[in-house]
Ligand binder design. Structure first.
Ligand code: ADP
Length: 269
């Protein structure tokens, strides 16, 4: 009788355990697949520019006297572009891996939002080299509490994407405004837009709508993954709205407790 009760108790428990275990195993398999994909992606991303660099170097090494000075300079420039691309990828990978440790926000800088908008607008203008109209719409001055470096990287990544994907003659607007929940830093463009089916995956590492265009414009495929992590660390969110053919709007939302309005600060003085 005792053994009967025992087995009756064990059976349902055993089934639950099996289910739990198989759920954990499939979770582990998923993680392992993601890790494998990631390593394959990184290797591939590094291999392409490295092949170009070593190809040019070898070519010049084997027959320097066969090239005119102009040709040699052109090849060296191409090699150096690829070296810069590798450097950027490694910087982004390091930034991402530092963010992914999941450590709580250690820095509580006071970020001057108007100053941030000014400097990122300048960076965007440099990158655009006169091909776009870059404007800034800024609400009242404020200070954001968080990491200066990371918040700068959010706006800089969104702005550089807008410049890189919006065709010549397009408009790019950097926006700062308070919202119901706190405040948002947004970048709006009237570029090609993104089809709805891609939107949920844009913040995945190396996810690109158009691989060729991303690479050509110097993208690493990691920008939005970095933005998403930074926003999570700041208890904020990234909202993406886009309409194919009309443009996109990427908004980084910060919770109210990270926003100090300057008027309030002054009033309290
Ligand atoms: P990448 O280095 O490829 O730009 P990101 O993570 O920054 O990587 O962006 C992921 C993808 O999202 C890009 O490859 C591009 O397809 C799409 N994307 C990002 N910003 C824009 C934009 N402003 N307009 C159109 N597509 C965009």
């Amino acid at each position: 009788n005792d053994s009967l009760t025992l087995s009756m108790q064990i059976v349902p428990f055993g089934e639950d355990l099996k289910m739990l275990l198989s759920r954990d195993i499939s979770q582990l398999e998923k993680l392992e697949n993601m890790r494998r994909d990631f390593v394959a992606n990184v290797s591939h991303e590094l291999k392409t520019p490295l092949t170009v660099v070593s190809g040019f170097v070898e070519m010049l090494h084997d027959g320097l006297e066969d090239f005119s000075a102009d040709d040699a300079r052109r090849y060296l420039n191409l090699a150096s572009e690829q070296a810069v691309r590798m450097q950027r990828l490694i910087e982004d990978l390091l930034a991402l891996s530092a963010l992914e440790t999941g450590a709580p926000m250690p820095v509580e800088d006071k970020v001057d939002v108007h100053g941030l908008l000014r400097s990122v607008a300048q960076e965007a203008e440099l990158l655009s080299a006169g091909r776009h109209r870059v404007t800034v719409k800024r609400g009242a001055g404020a200070t954001l509490i968080g990491s200066q470096k990371e918040i700068h990287s959010v706006l800089a990544n969104l702005a550089s994407n807008a410049v890189r994907y919006t065709p010549e003659g397009g408009e790019i607007c950097l926006i700062w405004q308070t919202t119901h929940e706190g405040a948002e830093l947004a970048v709006q463009d009237n570029g090609p837009g993104i089809e709805a089916q891609h939107l949920p995956r844009l913040t995945e590492r190396f996810y690109r709508v158009d691989r060729g265009r991303s690479r050509e414009s110097g993208g690493t495929g990691l920008g939005l993954a970095i933005v998403k992590h930074v926003m999570t660390r700041h208890q904020g969110t990234l909202e993406i709205q886009s309409e194919p053919g009309r443009g996109s709007r990427f908004a980084a939302h910060f919770p109210a407790r990270r926003v100090i309005k300057l008027e309030t600060e002054k009033a309290g003085e």
